[in-house]
Design a binder for this molecule. Structure first.
Ligand code: AMP
Ligand code: TRP
Length: 404
């Protein structure tokens, strides 16, 4: 098990323990295995298998994602360039991407094809694609070591998505909770693109035959579907072409909740800007949003069990822990038993310390004419070079004559 090197089972910051105590009924300690590591996980991860997923890999700690002698996994992840990335995206996804890039071959994609499944103003979409790309670079995404690009620039995504539209079954897509949530009662009027959104997501990953996908907790059902598609393709065409995809749901903040409602995920599409901290927010806006964040009248609990029925308190402590790279119990040792006032001040200070340099660096990058555009263009060329031979092989497998 070479890729387990450096993993101490007694690791103090075992994320599984944090997840089980903090994320409540979604996770339980029993979901996480302490051993039994299979051949495909990259360094610093351990495997678990909840809810019939083929497997789920959880990092025991971001800081432990290092090691020697590991096999180099190809990693893919995407983010929609709608709105501006917020701390949920940062803690649930981007921060983990930065840790992963040192050891693995990584592709980071601004999924503009996904974005237009809900109408986007074209001028805004272009601007937000650039703004979010600048933010990723400012967060530490290394576009030389990894590949940062926009999805629409590489035709393999759309070509493979079409093939997957013909592999995926209506019944599978009908079960997608994200579609049900987004379509609501209006499912007759939403775009057909929104319905087949998960097929495109499967195509994103499999156009590179990527094996590991770091995402927030909300994407696990989509990744399960991507595996079903990959396996059905392999089965229907009698090949062993697409790999099994391992979701990487990392760290204590895989599901950051809205600042206004502890039962709702923090989301770019929430109409209330007060519900999230955007990575571009000014210091005073961050402080004010945290001050106004919904809480309850009781003091902070002394241990994680005290979060029962208190999702807003839990959420703020999880954000604190993730930003400070502490465990939830460490945070409660510092702040438990006290009121929210001083805790919120400390949290706002931490967030400002973390986010101000990112915001300022993104602004600097955006001010350099053509810089972000050039990074994306070069990323797209490199992504295309990886995807094209795979795509040609897929097209051969399904029986298409060679293209031009
Ligand atoms: P999206 O903003 O939906 O394009 O999501 C981009 C990435 O951020 C995905 O990996 C999501 O799972 C992750 N993400 C989005 N919202 C949250 C959240 N509230 N908490 C944690 N991760 C999130
Ligand atoms: N659906 C993902 C989200 O909204 C974004 C995404 C698109 C993605 N394609 C992907 C994530 C491929 C991981 C891998 O968060």
């Amino acid at each position: 098990m070479p890729w387990t090197l450096g993993l101490a089972l007694a690791e103090k910051r075992a994320v599984c323990a944090v997840a089980s105590s903090v994320l409540g009924p979604l996770f339980s300690q029993s979901l996480y295995t302490q051993g039994g590591l299979g051949p495909q996980a990259p360094a610093g991860f351990q495997r678990a298998a909840p809810f019939g997923l083929p497997s789920l890999i959880v990092a025991r700690s971001r800081s432990r994602i290092s090691g020697a002698g590991d096999n180099m996994a190809r990693i893919f992840s995407g983010i929609q360039p709608t709105g501006i990335a917020h701390i949920g995206n940062y803690l649930g996804a981007i921060q983990n991407w930065v840790s992963l890039q040192a050891q693995h071959e990584c592709l980071w994609c601004l999924v503009d094809l996904h974005a237009i499944t809900v109408f986007q103003d074209p001028v805004l979409l272009r601007a937000q694609t650039l703004e979010n790309a600048a933010l990723f670079l400012a967060c530490g995404i290394d576009a030389e070591r990894g590949i940062l690009f926009h999805q629409s620039a590489v035709s393999a995504h759309a070509r493979l998505a079409w093939i997957f539209n013909c592999v995926a079954r209506m019944g599978w897509l009908n079960r997608m909770t994200q579609f049900k949530d987004k379509a609501g009662k209006n499912s007759e009027a939403v775009s057909t693109g929104l319905f087949v959104y998960p097929n495109l997501m499967a195509a994103d990953i499999l156009a590179y035959r990527a094996s590991h996908v770091p995402v927030g907790d909300d994407q696990r059902q989509h990744l399960e579907l991507a595996n079903d598609i990959a396996q059905k393709f392999n089965h229907d065409y009698g090949v062993d072409f697409f790999p099994v995809i391992e979701p990487l749901i990392l760290g204590p903040a895989a599901r950051v909740m809205s600042l206004r409602n502890g039962y709702q995920k923090m989301s770019k599409s929430d109409p209330s800007d007060q519900s999230r901290v955007n990575l571009t927010d000014k210091d005073d806006v961050i402080a004010q949003k945290i001050k106004r964040a919904k809480t309850d009248p009781q003091p902070l609990p002394e241990s994680a069990e005290g979060f029962e029925g208190r999702p807003e308190a839990r959420n703020l402590v999880v954000i604190y822990a993730a930003i400070a790279d502490m465990t939830v119990n460490d945070v409660l040792r510092l702040h438990g038993g006290r009121g929210f006032g001083p805790f919120k001040d400390a949290l706002a200070t931490l967030l400002i310390e973390k986010l101000a340099p990112i915001r300022d660096e993104a602004a600097r990058l955006r001010a350099e004419p053509g810089h972000v555009e050039a990074v994306l263009h070069r990323g797209a060329m490199r992504a295309q070079a990886l995807a094209e031979p795979i795509m040609r092989e897929v097209e051969r497998i399904v029986g298409f004559l060679p293209g031009i």
